[in-house]
Design a protein around this ligand. Structure first.
Ligand SMILES: C[S@@+](CC[C@H](N)C(=O)[O-])C[C@H]1O[C@@H](n2cnc3c(N)ncnc32)[C@H](O)[C@@H]1O
Length: 215
């Protein structure tokens, strides 16, 4: 089957910016305390239920942070170059190349899914496909943590966030209520929503959602 154009664009752009991305992405220790607390809470909820997939893991820094918290986690990214860099940085962890919209993971295999600052690359009309994959691959009771930019429907245009090459964004920044609604429509139960306001003028709002797949 032909791959959707947005996936090719994401892969090509992240393959190109991989080294800059690996250098510029914050170390989890530099994240704000609320974000670190949410990651720790997610790890605690997901661990008893099976392996955890960090989807859109990029350079693997957050994957390694969860692993250091005792979470049995592996990373997945659509960019082979990002995945190579993650493997080189954390050879003790497993990283695979795959898309969150069509995962090579069996039904019910996962205790948890982390989607950390990655779903904003997925065009809005493809989010239901990704969220259906989350539900399919989670075990009953399995946990999701989704964190990322939120907004009021404004279009994210390609930016030069990592060096000179634009990164492919085709999505709109959705309001938190809309993200929760789409997760609910995919059959996931949202238990927690945290919205963080930009601390200094000009930044974006961040949203973090915890959800689970009902038994
Ligand atoms: C901004 S980086 C975030 C990396 C990491 N989650 C972090 O916070 O450090 C976004 C990553 O998501 C990956 N990505 C985007 N869409 C994806 C998809 N459909 N499936 C898998 N990975 C995807 C990109 O290749 C890129 O490495």
């Amino acid at each position: 089957m032909t791959e959707p154009a947005h996936l090719t664009a994401i892969r090509e752009s992240y393959d190109t910016v991989a080294a800059d991305c690996a250098r510029l992405v914050k170390e989890p220790a530099e994240l704000d305390p609320v974000s670190r607390a949410m990651l720790a809470a997610f790890g605690e909820l997901a661990v008893p239920l099976g392996p955890v997939a960090d989807l859109g893991c990029g350079p693997g820094k957050v994957t390694a942070h969860l692993a250091a918290l005792g979470v049995p986690v592996f990373g997945v990214d659509v960019s082979p170059r990002m995945t190579e860099l993650a493997r080189a940085a954390y050879p003790e962890l497993r990283f695979t190349v795959d898309s969150m919209t069509a995962l090579d993971i069996a039904d019910g295999e996962l205790g948890g899914i982390l989607a950390y600052y990655t779903t904003h690359h997925t065009p809005t009309q493809w989010l239901p496909t990704a969220f259906a994959e989350f539900r399919r691959t989670l075990a009953p009771g399995g946990r999701l943590m989704l964190a990322g930019h939120v907004g009021n429907g404004e279009h994210l245009r390609p930016t030069r966030a990592y060096g000179d090459h634009p990164v492919s964004y085709e999505s709109r920044l959705l309001p938190p209520a809309r993200i929760a609604e789409l997760l609910g429509q995919a059959g996931l139960v949202v238990t927690t929503r945290v919205v963080q306001e930009p601390e200094e003028g000009g930044g974006r709002q961040y949203g973090t959602f915890l959800a689970y797949k009902p038994e």
